[in-house]
Design a protein around this ligand. Structure first.
Ligand code: HEC
Length: 94
């Protein structure tokens, strides 16, 4: 009986600990950056030419992308904004 409880506990706890992830996984993943780059070149040239990424430093880009999303929230979703910001954050200096 105790053994069954132990196994049950493992089954319940394992997915939880996996979901929390390790600190390394919190770093921006290469996949996210790649997707962000693609979105940058397809989403950010709707109203104007693509801006050079050295136009802003990291914090400047975060607010700039938010401002651009507000101009047309139907064109850039929250998820897309996050990916674009991830790409820009990883590509520019502080
Ligand atoms: C709905 C139209 C629209 C979309 C989509 C858009 N922009 Fe803009 N953007 C503008 C307009 C209009 C201006 C000029 C007025 C201003 O600065 O608010 C501008 C100005 C800018 C500027 C210069 C001003 C500044 O703050 O440095 C940058 C950089 C920029 N956009 C980046 C982007 C990026 C990155 C994206 C994609 C996330 C994007 N834009 C998507 C309309 C848009």
């Amino acid at each position: 009986m105790k053994k069954i409880l132990f196994i049950l506990t493992l089954i319940l706890i394992l997915p939880l600990s996996l979901a929390c992830g390790s600190p390394e996984e919190e770093a921006i993943s290469p996949q996210l950056i790649k997707e962000g780059q693609q979105l940058y070149t397809t989403k950010c040239n709707k109203c104007h030419e693509i801006k050079p990424i050295d136009t802003h430093v990291r914090t400047g880009w975060i607010s700039c992308v938010e401002r651009m999303q507000e101009k047309d929230p139907t064109w850039i979703s929250d998820e897309e904004r996050e990916k674009i910001t991830a790409y820009l954050s990883a590509s520019v200096k502080e």
